[in-house]
Every structure is written in structure tokens, then in C-alpha cells.
Design a binder for this molecule. Sequence first.
Ligand SMILES: [Zn+2]
Ligand SMILES: [Zn+2]
Length: 330
Amino acid sequence: MEEENDMDQAHGSARGTSKPWKKHEDRCHLRFTARTNKPFILERSEYETYRGHIREGAEECYVSFPGRYVSGWDALTSERQNYSVACLFLCTPEDGLGQHYREEASGPCLCHTIYGERSFFSYLLVLPGTLTDDEVTRRREIAKHVKAVVIREDATPEARQLAEEEARKTWNENGRVASWGCQGFQDWKENVEEAVKLKQRLKVVFFPGQVGQGKVAWEDLRHELDLWDDIGCEGDQKCEIAYLDKMWKEKGDDWAYDSVDVTDFLKDEFKVGGDVDAFDGQQWWNGTLLGVPKTVPKDPRDAKWVVQSQDSKSRKLWSSSSQTARLRWQ
Ligand SMILES: [Zn+2]
Ligand SMILES: [Zn+2]
């Protein structure tokens, strides 16, 4: 195997097979896709609404996670975990998408504190040409919920400019708040509060090799030029982490959190030797996860996952990148 030096190898054990949670209905789809375009919150068209889940007996609570790691998010929210999850993802106005939270009825919403007045881009949703029809439909629906202007990536410069002007106009008309709203941030705060009350240990997950990087102080958030600078974690995480740091300082160690590399998180979730369904580009195979990347590079396209088919005739072996790997637990 050419990737040998970069891989954790299987040692003949099949640790994954005896897991009690491995039910047919609870398949995990191992799909890594790099999506770094803004606005990120509007781009996870494959995600379902998730409100977080604080479990009473849990010892740990994941409070911040880089959402571009799709398989990681899938594992986090799969409801087969013992830990709590404070992270949430809102898809519709009924869930809170595009809604704003005000401490006082006549006061400003949270957007002014956490995003400042620079989220004009959140009213422009660019559609890459690589999307499936379903994904396009889904993103258009989300755009409608948050009043964002939709433009195709391959649009003419003139069309692009028009779309930007329109987005800027909508942004102004809406008081220059973020299109996706700040209700989600308030709901997240309440989740974390509950976990702290239950004395759960808080966990914050960062990009590979960038643990603790890219932090912004709470009072600087509104002035920060670009929260979506791809350093350390996602832009929305920077607001969360700033809040956690502030609370840790003000309220003490009940608010302390551990910083985790997403590589370590993924390797805890996807163990070498586990039975998976893997897609080789043409068809699904019953396979065994033989190798996972020793490190997960920032660009998921660079990480290699190796699967061997369990078909007794072919014993086909293939590897694919974190970008294209499509695996799910059998
Ligand atoms: Zn799953
Ligand atoms: Zn707001």
C-alpha cells in the first residue's frame, strides 16, 4: 500500500463489529467535503435540523464543532452517543433560522455583538456548479428563508454585480444583521448553560493541527474583519469560543473547556477494522475499514481512507480521499 506511512493499519481485529449501537437503521455516512465558501452556515444543505441534546448522565458535552467535517457532524448528531451535544443547526424559520434574539424588546439583537455590521455577504448565496438538483433546490429554499439573493458560481460578472447590489440593499433594509439570525446563538447558549449546570466537561473541536488557534475576544467580535478566515475553526465557532472564554473568566472553572483536534474526534468515531458500506464510484460494497488517515489534513481531499471489500471473490481494495470517501457503517 503506497500510503502505508500515513496510515493507521488494521491489526486483524474487528473492533467495530461488536458495537451495540451498530444497527442497520443507524448508518453513518462517511462523507468528507471541503466547503470553504462563505456564508458557511447557509451551505450545509445536506444537514437536517438539530437542536443539540444535553443528556443528564453524560460526563462530557461537545459545545463547538467545525461543521465542514460532514462525517464528524453526522457522528456527533447520530443519537447513538453517551455524551451531550450543545451544537445546533437550524433549517427553517420555525426552528429559528433567520430569527433574532433581543435581550430587551426594543434593544438591538445579538447580531450586533457577535457579528457587528459586516455580514452583508450572508445575503448572497453562491451556488457552485457541482451541486446536484436536490442540493440546488434545498439551498434555494434556505435562501428564501433568510432572504438571501441566489447566484450561480458561473454567472457573468454583470449578473454577479447585480446580485451583490441587491444583497447589499437587503442587508441595509434588514438593519445590517446577519441573514441567518442570532436566535440559534441564544439557543446554543442555553444548551451550554444546561451542560454547565450538570457539571459536564465542555469540549471544543478545532481544525486539524490548529487547536486553540484563531480565537477572537468577545468584545472584539463585532470589529473583527473576517471571522471566516479559515484559521483554527469556522467563523460561527469563533463567536461560540469567544463566549466560552468570557464565561470561563467571569464564572470560573465550571466553564473550562478542553480543546480537541478534529482528527482525534474522527478517529474515535471511525475505528479501523469496522465493517462499513463503501461506495467505489459505481456501486456499494460490504467492506472493512482497513486504514484511516493518521492525521486529517485541513484540506479533506488530502486524507486517505482504505477499504477492502468483503466479497470473497474479489477482495477488492481501494482507497479514496476524505473528499470522495463514501462509507457508512453496515
Ligand atoms: Zn449516522
Ligand atoms: Zn440578530
